[in-house]
Ligand binder design. Sequence first.
Ligand SMILES: [Zn+2]
Length: 493
Amino acid sequence: MRVQNHQTFAGKARRRLAACAAFLAVVVGGGVVSAAPAVALTAPATAVPATANPLPSADPIGNPASFSVLVNKSRPLNPASYAPNDLINARGSGQYMRAEAAAWLNGLFQGAADAGTGGLSIVSGYRSYEQQQQVYSYYVSIYGQAYADTISARPGYSEHQTGLAMDIGNAAGNCGLSTCFGDTAAGQWVAANAHKYGFIVRYPNGYTATTGYSYEPWHLRYVGVDLATDMNRRGFATLEQYFAGNTAAAASIKSGADLVAADASGRLLRYPATAVGGYANAVQIGSGWTGLKQAFVVDWDIDGVYDILAQWNNGVLGVYRGLPGGGFAGQVVVGNGGWDRMTITVGKWTHADGRPGVVGYFPDGVLRYYPNTFGGALSAPQFIGTGWNGMELTIADWEGDGANDILARTATGSLINYRGDGWAGFYGPATTVGTGWQYMRVLVPSFGLTGAGTRGITAQTVDGNLYNYGLGRGQWTTYSQVGYGWNSLSLFR
Ligand SMILES: [Zn+2]
C-alpha cells in the first residue's frame, strides 16, 4: 500500500515541477543544494522566551472576581462572603452591577431598543451574602427547603452575589420574572444577541439538570464578549458544559478564530475574534518573543489546546505547548539546525497522520513533508516535489474536501492552489485562485471567524491592513476588511 503510494508520488512530483515552472517562468534546477534540516532527538533549548499568563491564577473559573467565574449549587463563591468592589448603579435603576458589566448592559439595552423589540427593563441585580440569606430564608419559610432550592440560591451560591448577574424584563412590564418573557420580542432578541454584548442567558430552557435551575429567560450573566462569543460559536448552552467540555476555555489561545502576534518588543499578543467577524483589543499572553523568523498557531499534540510552533532565526524549530489553565510550557525543540533557511507551512498533510506536520523547502526548492508522528520531534522528511523556489506556502483546504491543499503565492502575486490528495502527494492540475497577492505580507488560516464551521484566510497587507477572505468549496465566499494599523505586528500563521 505504502509502496504503491510512493510510486504515485513520484509521478505527481514530476507533474508538479512542470506546473510550477510554468507559473514562475524561471529556470528550475542548478540552485543551491542544501542538506535537509536535522530532526532533533534531544531538546537543548537555545532561545527560550519567557511566557506569561495575564489571566488571574491557574484557575480563573474559581476566582470570584473573574468575569468567567463559575458559580452554581455545587460551586459556591470562594470566599462565600465575597463582595465586588466596583459596583455601580446600573442605568440609574437602583440595582447594582460591576462597572464593566453595567457598561455592556447599556449596549444591550440600546441594541434591544434599536431592534424594535419595545425595549428592556431592569428588575434585580447585585445581592450581598446577607441579602441573599434573607431571600433564601423567605422562600424556605413559605415553600420549605426542597422547593426553595429550585427557585433560589443559598447565600454564597448566587450569581447575583458576583455583581455579574442582572434579571431583566420587558419595558412594558409584562411577563416579569416569568418564562413567558422568553416568548416576547425582547426576550427572543436577548436570547439571540446577548453574547454580542458579553452576556449569556444563564439558565436556558431544557438544562435544569445541568445548571440546577429552572428555565429563567430573564437572568443574564456577564462573562465578557470573548467568552460569550466563543460559547456561541462552539454551541455551548451553559457555562457548566463550556468549562467541562472545552479544555481550551482558560488557555491563552482559545480559538482558531483568534489572531496571535508578536510586537516589536517581543510581547506575545492574542486578538480575540469578535461576534461580528473581526478582532477585539489585544490580551498579552507572553513576552520575550523576539528573534522569530515565523511562528504558527497549531494544536501540535492534539490535546485540544492550541500550541505555538516557533521558527527561530537561529535555526531552531520549537513547540511551546499551550496549557489548559493558561500560559505555555517551555520549548520542546522539534527540529534543529537550518530551519531559518526554510520556507514552511504547518497543517495536517495526510489522512494517515492525526497530527499537523510541516511542509517546506530549502533554497533548493525541493518540497519536503516532515511528519509529526508523536506530537513532539518531527520524523524524517518525505520528498514531495521540486521547483518550489520563491513560493510562500499556506496549507488550507481550498476544495473543502477534507484533504488539505497548498496555497502557494508566487513572487509576482499569483495565488495558486496545489490540490493535496490526502496522502502526502498532489492531485490534478494546479489552478490560479488569486492575483495581486504580492501586496500581502502574511496569510493566516482562520477557523470560525464568521460563524461556526466557517473557514477563511486573514491576510495582512504590506501597509498594515487586515482582510478576511472566506473559503467555500473551491471558491472564495466572503471578503471584508477586519483591521488596519497592524504594520508593527508579526502575525502568527
Ligand atoms: Zn436572577
